[in-house]
Design a protein around this ligand. Structure first.
Ligand SMILES: [Zn+2]
Length: 173
């Protein structure tokens, strides 16, 4: 707020007093009376205090508190009625393995293709753009590719479940 050491000390003491909820010291108030920066600091603290006071939550009527408490106790005492987890369809593991196999098979090719693309694009752009910009472009491109791969491979378990359920229609809900 201000570079003057004396003002920093005064403002630190004002803050300490505010946090301790004790009154401001007379000497600090006297200084603030003739210093605009310290007056502003003191007014900020006072405004903060008013804001906090206004935010004090209203007290809960005791009857309402008792009702809430009774409901919480009843809910905690009730037996857990979590719905049983639906079992995965019977063909799921083999479907998952099959899909994973076919999805992972071209992965080295995909990675090699993008690595080549990176190198060619880097060499082509190297004459036109600064190195740093190319690196940033490459990083964002790699992020997009990685996101797509994550999306595709992340969808495999769901696809496997869907296919297994289609093959065993009697299991599906
Ligand atoms: Zn001051």
């Amino acid at each position: 707020m201000t570079a003057e050491p004396r003002c920093q000390e005064v403002q630190a003491r004002l803050s300490d007093a505010w946090f301790a909820r004790s009154g401001f010291a007379g000497q600090d108030l006297a200084h603030a009376g003739s210093c605009r920066a310290c007056t502003a600091h003191r007014e900020t603290l006072l405004a903060l205090g008013h804001a906090f006071d206004a935010e004090t939550p209203p007290a809960l009527p005791s009857a309402r508190a008792a009702a809430i408490r009774a409901r919480v106790v009843a809910e905690l005492a009730a037996p857990a009625t979590a719905p049983a987890r639906r079992a995965l369809p019977p063909g799921y593991p083999s479907e998952l393995a099959r899909l994973l196999f076919w999805a992972l098979l071209p992965l080295p090719l995909v990675v090699a293709w993008y690595a080549l693309l990176f190198r060619v694009a880097g060499a082509l752009l190297g004459t036109l753009m600064p190195e740093l910009l190319i690196q940033a472009l490459g990083a964002s491109f790699a992020l997009v590719v990685a996101s797509w791969l994550a999306l595709v491979y992340g969808a495999i378990p769901f696809a496997a479940q869907h296919r297994a359920m289609r093959r065993n229609p009697e299991v599906s809900p």
